[in-house]
Design a protein around this ligand. Sequence first.
Ligand code: CA
Length: 225
Amino acid sequence: MKILIVEDEQKTGDYLKQGLTEAGFQVDLAREGVDGLHFALTENYDLAILDVMLPGIDGFGILAGIRRAGKDMPIMFLTARDAVDDRVKGLELGADDYLLKPFAFSELLARVRTLLRRGGKAPSDPFFRAADLELDLLRRRVTRAGQRIDLTAKEFALLELMLRRQGEVLPRSLIASQVWDMNFDSDTNVIEVAVRRLRAKVDDAFSPKLIHTVRGMGYVLECHD
Ligand code: CA
C-alpha cells in the first residue's frame, strides 16, 4: 500500500513518514504543494494525507487537482485545531476524512486503515450515529430523538471523537490530546467537567444513556439496549 504525505512542517512530515513506514506502508513525502500535486498525478497511491496550509498550492488545490485528474483515492486532511471552515470546505470538496493537529499517531493509523478498507469508493458519510443521537459533521449539528442540541466547539469535538471511536474506551490522555491540544495533566479536571456537561446535554433527558465512565480508564460512548 502506497501513501502520499504532503506536509511542510518538517517535524510532522518526518514523524508521519517514519511511523507509516514502520507500520508497513510505502511512503512518499512532499514538503510543498506543487511537488505534492506532481507526485499525486504521476504516481499511483492508495491514500493521500494532505496538510491544508502549504506553500505554493494548498491542500484544497491539491485535492481539486487530484479529483480533476479523475483519481479517486481516499484523501485525509490535516487541519488546525479550530479551523472549522477548513474541515467543512475539505469535506465539501470531496475529502474523505480529516484529522485535527496535533494528533496521536495511533489515531492517524486507525483512520488510515479505515480509509484504506473503504477504498475511497463510497463518498464519506458526514453523519455519526448512536441510538437516536446524530451528529452531522458538515452542518455542525447534533440532534437526539430529533431534538436539536446546542454544543460548544469543545463539546462538539469531544462528542465527535467519542462517536468516531464508538465502543472504544478512550483514555483521558487521548481525549486531552485530541480535543484540547494538551498533554494530560492530572491536576486538571477539565475533561471530567466537559464530559459532565456533554452528558447533561445529550444523555440526561434521554434513554438509553450513551456516555459511560469506565473507572480508572476513561470514557466510552456505546449503546447498551
Ligand atoms: Ca502547513
